[in-house]
Design a binder for this molecule. Structure first.
Ligand SMILES: [Zn+2]
Length: 287
């Protein structure tokens, strides 16, 4: 399988912030050390303006170079414009790889699913998955679905894909939780599956299964996955119950759709993140 990542994406941090470089560096170490999966490592390039501007306003793109923090969660790191562009570029590369029939995961930061059309927020600067989904629609894919299993609602992806012809969005997330949206469905194409805090794992899987059944009815030709690992029982930012084997199960479910899919990292803040990603990748790869 293909992993799209680079060493440069660990180059920004703020002391005490949970979205930290070790999320990537320790996962890279884990994947280099294992022998279950045969991995082709690929480096991303920056997303072009044309692709970014399908999802975001020119004002948001220009604001990436500002020096004031965007909000209390989302610092104005030096160079964040380049980091964000490269994370979006990795999502584009993942999308193209999926269309070539490859199993692919983008192991990059910053994440993207909270960034709306015109607002940077929630650790997210550019909405990587939405940029990739809109690029797919603009380049010949007729129907694209995005599945978001991060424990937080993908409010930014919903905002960008809302009522877009050819797009559908399925988010399974803890509610109530940050950012406070996603209680019910939105528009004609955004399907939200709110999950009560501390829902037992077996019931959480049933919610995922419902979302996948709804997704199949949409008959997408391509599926993008916002893969967040913060519904894990030991994640410090949420109150859910999933274990590594649930992420393995999720990988297998997504593989079982028999549709080209690409997955990109969103959240996941526990020390066990490398193990959770590894479990998911093994499921995606049919192991
Ligand atoms: Zn999250």
């Amino acid at each position: 399988m293909k992993i799209i990542t680079n060493d440069a994406c660990t180059g920004y941090f703020r002391s005490g912030h949970p979205e930290r470089p070790m999320r990537i560096s320790r996962t890279q170490e884990k994947l280099h050390a294992q022998t279950d999966l045969s991995i082709a490592w690929t480096k991303p390039s920056a997303a072009p303006d044309e692709s970014i501007l399908r999802a975001h306003t020119p004002e948001l793109l220009a604001s990436l170079t500002q020096s004031e923090d965007f909000d209390a969660d989302t610092p104005a790191h030096p160079g964040i414009a380049d980091y964000a562009r490269t994370s979006a570029g990795a999502a584009l590369e993942a999308m193209r790889s999926a269309r070539n029939g490859e199993t692919v995961f983008s192991l990059m930061r910053p994440p993207g699913h909270h960034a709306t059309r015109n607002q940077i927020m929630g650790f997210c600067y550019l909405n990587n998955i939405a940029i990739a989904a809109l690029e797919a629609l603009a380049t010949g894919v007729k129907r694209v679905a995005v599945v978001d299993f991060d424990v937080h609602h993908g409010n930014g992806t919903e905002d960008i894909l809302l009522n877009r012809d050819g797009a559908a969005f399925f988010s399974i997330h803890q509610f109530p939780a940050y950012p406070g949206t996603g209680r019910g469905n939105a528009g004609n194409n955004c399907f939200n599956y709110p999950v009560a805090p501390a829902l037992p794992r077996a019931q959480y899987r049933e919610v995922f299964s419902s979302a996948f059944e709804q997704l199949k009815k949409f008959k997408p030709g391509l599926v993008g996955v916002s893969a967040g690992f913060d519904a894990y029982a030991n994640d410090p930012l949420a109150q859910e119950t999933l274990e590594a084997e649930d992420f393995h199960w999720l990988g297998r479910q997504i593989r079982g759709l028999n549709i080209p899919t690409f997955s990109i990292l969103e959240g996941g803040y526990s020390r066990d993140l490398p193990d959770l990603i590894f479990a998911y990748l093994k499921g995606l790869n049919g192991k």
